[in-house]
Design a binder for this molecule. Structure first.
Ligand code: C5P
Ligand code: C5P
Ligand code: ZN
Length: 526
């Protein structure tokens, strides 16, 4: 959010309506989007809205908006270029007479308070920050794009479900345990159109796709296994390894509460449980967390709002999900695999889309958003399996191999970092940083920076940084750190206050970190 800007929702919606008119008037549009879940849902919203209004268009996904990409955009042959979930950080370099941007990244231009922005006059820049709304937590790229789509045609409110998935994909429900600010208006549309149901429930990942015991055993935010290890008496059984012991603890915990793990030949997932069963398990988890000293903060992370989806999303055939509840028995205790029930939950769908985008198959994710339940879904589930393996391998590498481990440097007191070299993909290194921050051995009192060699050339390095909401409250703004420190070493970058990224010339990593550390010290008053 631009400091000191007055909250102006009407102004934000007016800018969306102006953008909608420009798009409806165009003979042809090129949509350009980002490869993560928010970008994919934003592209799906844009594509559906344009198709329904009969506007010819193409879709292109990009990993980042560097100078070469900007040149390509400015030279596009279509009458309009619609940038979704990107563009704001480089708005001043774009051809304003042709582009429409609906994005939530920190804009690179902003008028001084109280002055008319002559540069933006007559240009189409739909960004919450320009109207005093916080783009990091209250509206995503898909959300900003949805507001334009709704202005194109009010019947587009069925697309709001996709904007809910985009917001959840960008972790916008994490700060308060539920969507907040402008996102609640979008949620209201999603609920009104019958595509989303918002309920209070456990917010752990895997509500629909994981067998119950695995859902508890591998939970991480908060982790429940340490709680069960402290509070659940181990039953007598033959355990071959530690994983079996942990699994049995979770199985015993559920059995003691009278919860059946199976329904005939299928594992039950959390989503299959009735209200009473859920209440029993959730209450017991809270009691045990308090018993072993986990405070209210952990409980607030455990319980919050979740978003149950109508798996048709936009245009999938009625009744395509014909199988009954539960997870296939072949997904046994240890070898859980992603499955189609992901499309019943916003967070799980976002992960499925992220797996596509981060592994170069963003168009497959978009096809799922728009209703393809055939080959695209099968491909996406396979991509998610690969994604899980890639993340697990990367995390192990950093945790176990000293040459990749997280470093602390007395000369860089306000950050920690690791370098994945060519062993961690540049599209997943940010996710790995987010998962490691706050894990054992990586305290979350400072932001974590993560490098990886860029895949497409040998001359660039990708850097991602992740921080916490607590650090943001203390003044952290990684978007500013990334932009200034990367430009100081000849790179480009940007993003949000708690999550940002940049591209740098290979070899400039230490110089970049020194620049970043200096800015961080000022932000965090160290
Ligand atoms: O470009 P975009 O805004 O969609 O990307 C934001 C990225 O930052 C997402 O991929 C999301 O996974 C990540 N993020 C994060 N932790 C946060 C907020 C966002 O890892 N607290
Ligand atoms: O790639 P990563 O997940 O770390 O991206 C985090 C955020 O930083 C995203 O919102 C992304 O759009 C932004 N970013 C950027 N410029 C880059 C790389 C990432 O603005 N070169
Ligand atoms: Zn986004």
């Amino acid at each position: 959010m631009i400091m000191g800007k007055r909250r102006d929702i009407a102004g934000f919606e007016r800018s969306a309506a102006d953008a909608a008119r420009a798009l409806l008037d165009a003979a042809s549009v090129s949509v350009v989007s980002h490869i993560d879940a928010d970008g994919i849902t934003a592209a799906a919203i844009a594509s559906a809205a344009l198709s329904r209004s009969g506007v010819e268009h193409t879709i292109r996904f990009v990993k980042k908006l560097d100078d070469a990409e900007i040149e390509r955009i400015n030279a596009e042959s279509q009458e309009r270029v619609w940038l979704v979930d990107l563009g704001s950080g480089s708005f001043s370099k774009l051809d304003r007479s042709r582009v429409v941007v609906s994005d939530h990244h920190r804009p690179d231009t902003s008028p001084p308070q109280g002055m008319v922005d002559l540069f933006s006059f007559d240009s189409h820049h739909v960004n919450p920050h320009l109207f005093g709304l916080d783009g990091a937590i209250e509206i995503s790229g898909a959300g900003a794009t949805y507001v334009v789509a709704k202005a194109m045609d009010p019947t587009n409110i069925d697309l709001a479900a996709l904007a809910v998935i985009g917001a959840v994909g960008d972790f916008q429900d994490n700060a308060e345990g539920r969507l907040a600010g402008y996102n609640r208006r979008i949620l209201k549309d999603a609920v009104a159109s019958g595509r989303v149901n918002a309920c209070t429930d456990l917010r752990l990942f895997g509500r629909e796709t994981k067998p119950l015991h695995i859902f508890l055993q591998f939970s991480s935010d908060p982790a429940l296994l340490p709680v069960l290890r402290e509070t659940q008496e181990a039953s007598f059984y033959r355990a071959d390894n530690a994983l079996d012991v942990d699994r049995q603890l979770c199985v015993d915990f559920l059995s003691d509460l009278g919860v059946e793990l199976k329904d005939g030949e299928r594992w039950r997932s959390w989503g299959c449980l009735g209200k009473e069963e859920k209440k029993r398990v959730a209450s017991e988890l809270c009691i045990r967390m308090l018993d072993c000293g986990r405070g209210l903060t952990a409980i607030r992370r455990l319980i919050g709002e979740v978003y149950v989806l109508d798996p048709r999303l936009v245009d999938a055939p009625e009744g395509w999900m014909t199988e009954g509840g539960g997870v296939d028995i072949a997904d046994d205790e240890v070898s859980w695999h992603p499955n189609a029930r992901a499309l019943l939950d916003a967070k799980e769908t976002a992960t499925l889309l992220n797996a596509c985008g981060r592994h170069d198959r963003a168009e497959v994710g978009m096809a799922i958003c728009l209703g393809d339940r055939g080959e695209s879904l099968a491909t996406a589930l396979q991509e998610q399996d690969n994604h899980r393996i890639a993340l697990r391998t990367a995390i192990r590498l950093v945790q176990e191999d000293p040459s990749f481990s997280v470093r602390e440097d007395a000369e860089l007191p306000s950050l920690r970092y690791f370098h994945g070299q060519d062993q961690i993909g540049d599209t997943i290194v940010g996710i790995v940083a987010g998962m490691l921050l706050g894990s054992p051995g990586v305290p979350d009192d400072r932001p974590l920076f993560a490098f990886a060699q860029a895949i497409e050339d040998g001359a660039t390095v990708k850097v991602s940084a992740r921080g916490t909401r607590d650090l943001v409250r203390r003044g952290l703004d990684l978007a500013v750190v990334m932009k200034i420190a990367s430009e100081a070493v000849g790179g480009t970058g940007g993003g949000h206050n708690a999550a940002a990224g940049a591209s740098l010339p290979l070899g400039s990593e230490m110089e970049f970190l020194h620049q970043a550390d200096e800015i961080l010290r000022r932000q965090l008053s160290l």
